[in-house]
Design a protein around this ligand. Sequence first.
Ligand SMILES: [Mg+2]
Length: 374
Amino acid sequence: MKITHIETIPVRVPIRPELAIRARAGTHSVSPFLLVRVHTDEQIYGLGEVSCTPRWSGEDQFTAAHFIRTILEPALTGENPRDIERLTARMRGAVAGNPFTRAALEMALWDILGKSAGLPVYRLLGGPVRDAVPIKWSISGAEPARAAEIARWAVQQGFTTMKVKVGIDPAQDIARVCAVREAIGSDVRLGIDANGAWPPRTAVRMIRRLTEFGIYFAEQPVPPGDVAALADVRRQVAVPILADESVYSPEDALALARAHAADAFSIYTGKAAGIGPARKIAAIAESAILGATIGSNLELGIGTAAMIHLGLSTAGITPDDYPCDIIGPFYYADEILTHPLRLAGGQALPPEGPGLGVELDDEKVREYRVSLTP
Ligand SMILES: [Mg+2]
């Protein structure tokens, strides 16, 4: 089997305005993503998704389409798509950075392998270590009453764990966490995510203060980059520290583990540049006796399916302790898959069918397709 060409499909699928995520860096109200189809000479194609937001990795539809057309498509064309480990290394060598772009092509290779073998990706990765992946809700940095309303909605959806965005304004952060805790009662587990907003001293003070509302983890309290600062904060607070913006690659994970800077990693297929590299990070967490969860960039259906296969098959992911943010599809006003993924009752269920187990609804894709011609 040989890769013949790569098709890119830029889309803008609107986010339900009432769920737009407000966090420190701004509001995520539309997703300028790029879908990909990796075509082969055997009537099988693989689907991928560049879940790109410029503020995360510096990628958008234009950069992703550009690097695929000029570098990654030429690097993959003519190659056997089932040589995933080798082609992942080749893509890493061809383009520095741009992990979400490379992840889209890597997940498409897994989709092709699964379709050619007649097996779901989680089976190719060694088989399921759990029947479903526990997931948690993420509450935007909205004003407190609105955050409480979202939290009550999430409880009705079956979520038993959630996190609240903080790091916007100290007084409002406290009021928001307090309002959410009052809304959900004491049985729902609650974490916070500061998206790297706090200087170290503020982080220690805020986490100690928020401990009073029964928070059970604090995600990325300080900016990424200074591993020692994250370790300092971790030593001074009682709740577990999750690293998110601090961990893109296996090398990042190793540095954090060595410095005892985190209790768990938030792993994305996008940040890691694919399912395979994401599993290497999970293996580091497992070896260092740390936890790991799967974080979200509000993926559409293809990206979400990749996360579910990762979560189903990876022992180093510990979603019982830290349920995964496999919640992208909840945010969108419309569905672009022919069959929606099964996300309900606080868990993600295995997609049916070989490969990633998802197919695009061509009519919907046409509706949300945009032109990249300026
Ligand atoms: Mg986060």
